[in-house]
Design a protein around this ligand. Structure first.
Ligand code: G6P
Length: 463
């Protein structure tokens, strides 16, 4: 292989695969200051996961670094052209982690991994025995001093933030502004020094989210990131990093990363409510008990798969789908529609159920499936009236609800997916499962590339 000279902005990592025995040890200890390392191959990528099956060591590059790579050597230079010393770390990945095991696709494997990884994430943030929130580190701010929280992310991560907005406002009585990162960084929102900005990102490398983080830091806000990759740029540059323990998210469409983000954000919202005096000890315990139940309820929700697989055969024949929800089910409707769009390329739109009459109702006829996310909660009756509007126009309702909701729904849905009974607050983590399964099986029927949908990237490291 000849010499490659690359200016590194989009590629933040490279790894070296090493030989055996002494050469391997040498390479693990090698510095990259232009000396010969004993690597037998050098790889360059923008996401450490992509490198997981290959190298033994990984080096994380900084912005504007550039590197000269050969098969055996690598030299890193900084923006000024001086040789730069960057830490060489052992690769955390392995080929085991990036195999589909008994599943046909990574997406299926990752959907089914959720009870386990959400459980791991729960135990990082909750003292299960004491039934208390127990954040792994002391926060460098007091929630009582926070006048407003700003939450920023892209794609599914922004929808996790949208769900969290409801939680923070309801449980901690703190106002939350939610933005997609690409808008936030340019809209010159008035920000108050000392307030809190939360950044949500699976990869921790999304360019717009990273730029938003840097923008906010410069304004003197506290920055907290919820990331899955602790070595990522967003993790490293934020004041506080709360990790999701989803493990490697290989499928491009976020599944387990999304529900783990929700778990971290739910725990943080309860912590905020507690420290602001909005939640008593007893209320904290009650909420934590509900969080502890989530992994089991997710496993129960996975049992709807055969029914959803059957439904997907009809969905695959449709050109458009509408998703409706109220309260925390509204951002989930956005996420469900995004998932279907991303992997099956069926056009789907998520709406707040109450917005139906302000536009989307014009689309409803007997060719239109309408997925309604409606756990039996405080806004269920309202959603039922929206379902009646859909039914009156011949729309085919696919109702995601619980046993009580199924009994009380009045209208006659085409299909009812019955999910386990649970108290209202944290339903999105469980109701996201049928949403993911529906998108997955529709894509499988349609024969699209499930794990690497066309035109999409796992980590978008360019603006
Ligand atoms: C891409 C991916 C999405 C992801 C979004 C945000 O668009 O395809 O699955 O939700 O980026 O990524 P992040 O890594 O910041 O969560």
């Amino acid at each position: 292989m000849g010499e490659i000279d690359l200016r590194v902005r989009d590629c933040r990592h490279f790894g070296t695969r090493c030989g055996r025995g002494p050469t391997r040890r040498f390479a693990e200890a090698a510095d990259y200051r232009g000396s010969e390392s004993a690597g037998v191959a050098t790889y360059l990528d923008s996401d450490a996961i992509a490198l997981a099956p290959f190298p033994d060591t990984i080096t994380y590059l900084e912005d504007d670094d550039w590197a000269v790579l050969t098969r055996k050597t690598s030299v890193i230079f900084n923006a000024q052209g001086a040789v730069a010393h960057r830490e060489v770390v052992k690769s955390g990945g392995s080929s085991f982690l990036v195999k589909t095991a008994n599943y046909r696709h990574f997406m299926a494997k990752e959907i089914h991994a959720q009870p386990e990884v959400v459980g791991h994430t729960l135990r990082r943030y909750v003292d299960v025995a004491a039934e208390r929130i127990a954040l792994p580190q002391r926060l460098p701010f007091d929630f009582n001093d926070i006048g407003r929280i700003s939450i920023t992310g892209c794609g599914s991560s922004s929808y996790a933030g949208y769900v969290a907005k409801y939680w923070f406002e309801r449980l901690a009585r703190v106002p939350v502004e939610l933005d997609v990162a690409s808008e936030f960084r340019y809209r010159e929102a008035p920000l108050r020094k000392g307030d809190l900005a939360i950044f949500i990102s699976q990869s921790g490398e999304t360019a717009d989210t990273l730029a938003a983080l840097r923008y906010v830091k410069a304004q003197g806000l506290h920055t907290l990131s919820v990331v899955n990759v602790p070595t990522s740029a967003i993790a490293r540059e934020s004041e506080t990093m709360l990790q999701t323990l989803a493990g490697p998210q290989i499928g491009v469409a976020s599944t387990k990363a999304f529900t783990c983000q929700l778990m971290v954000l739910a725990a943080l919202a309860v912590a905020a409510g507690k420290s602001r005096g909005e939640l008593s000890d007893a209320e904290e315990t009650r909420l934590v008990q509900r969080l502890i139940e989530i992994p089991r309820l997710m496993a129960t929700a996975l049992a709807t798969e055969p029914q959803i697989e059957k439904l997907a055969r009809d969905m695959a024949k449709c050109r458009n789908v509408v998703y409706l929800g109220r309260g925390t089910s509204f951002p989930l409707a956005l996420e469900g529609a995004l998932k279907l769009k991303e992997i099956s390329c069926v056009h789907a739109e998520g709406y707040a159920a109450g917005e139906l009459k302000h536009g989307p109702i014009a689309l409803i006829d007997e060719t239109m499936p309408v997925v309604v996310i409606a756990p039996y909660d405080g806004v269920f009756e309202k959603t039922v009236s929206n379902m009646q509007e859909v039914a009156a126009r011949g729309g085919n309702i696919i109702l995601m609800t619980d046993a009580k909701g199924a009994r009380e729904a009045i209208v006659d849905p085409l299909v009812t997916i019955v999910l386990p009974d649970m108290p209202a607050t944290f339903t999105p983590m469980v109701y996201d499962i049928p949403m993911q399964l529906l998108a997955y099986h529709t894509a499988v029927v349609m024969g699209t590339n499930v794990d690497q949908p066309r035109n999409l990237a796992k980590a978008v490291t360019v603006e």
